[in-house]
Design a protein around this ligand. Structure first.
Ligand SMILES: Nc1ncnc2c1ncn2[C@@H]1O[C@H](COP(=O)(O)OP(=O)(O)OP(=O)(O)O)[C@@H](O)[C@H]1O
Ligand SMILES: [Mg+2]
Length: 214
């Protein structure tokens, strides 16, 4: 099994968010998660990403239990991409040693090659607060390139295609296909069409996970 959750409970202070959630996901399975705003979808993803310690219940991701172990085995793309005020290259490698070829492979898979080749400083162009203007779609695809370069067995996506225009959304969808190919995927979204070919669609409601009725 790639992911095993058993009886996970989670609260922010007094506010109960997840109420005994159990879920098992096979290797390379693609799971979509729907649910109303505030239902706890991002919270669940953060637990799966090893960003919150689990105090009640059992959480295993890619064979790891400890949050620091889990964090090495998952690649995450969040709704707002959170780039570092550094170069495109550094945003992709995150300080890990990586061959030039591997960085370009990720750039290509994330549909960024043409854009990067057209920049005066190429991969060394600054982005984030210090960089020039880049579009939301480009920022999102840099975050996807980072996740592709990490080559982790588990990929977690939190609304990565929300609020983008048509052309950017197409490039983004192609980039996401490359990122999710052959991986275990948990994809939170409001847009059902982006997960319609997934193996299972689940709904988070009232702190519980349900199979979506089709
Ligand atoms: N760090 C936090 N501290 C306290 N409450 C929080 C925190 N993060 C989220 N919450 C609350 O917990 C609930 C679940 O939040 P979460 O972000 O997981 O929902 P969501 O399903 O991802 O919503 P959305 O669809 O709007 O992204 C919300 O009521 C939110 O206000
Ligand atoms: Mg959310």
């Amino acid at each position: 099994m790639s992911i095993v959750l058993r009886e996970i409970r989670f609260s922010y202070g007094e506010k109960k968010i997840l109420d005994r959630i159990s879920l098992t996901v096979r290797e390379k399975e693609h799971i979509g998660i729907l649910g109303g705003s505030g239902s706890g979808k991002s919270t669940l993803l953060k637990i799966l990403a090893g960003l919150y310690p689990v105090k009640e219940g059992y959480c295993e991701v890619a064979g790891e239990h400890a949050p620091e172990g889990i964090r090495k085995r998952v690649a995450v793309v969040m709704q707002t991409p959170g780039l570092f005020p550094l170069s495109i290259r550094e945003n992709i490698t995150c300080g890990h040693s990586m061959t030039e070829e591997k960085v370009w492979e990720a750039v290509r898979a994330a549909q960024l090659e043409e854009w990067v080749r057209g920049l005066t400083d190429g991969l060394d162009s600054l982005v984030g607060e210090r960089g020039g203007n880049i579009s939301g779609g480009q920022a999102q695809r840099i975050a996807i390139a980072r996740a592709i370069a990490k080559d982790a067995p588990v990929v977690l996506l939190d609304e990565p295609t929300s609020a983008l225009d048509g052309e950017t959304a197409d490039a983004l969808l192609r980039a996401m296909e490359r990122l999710t190919e052959g991986k275990t995927v948990i994809h939170v979204t409001h847009r059902e069409e982006t997960i319609q070919n997934y193996d299972r669609i689940l709904v988070l409601k009232g702190g519980k996970l349900f199979e979506k009725e089709s």
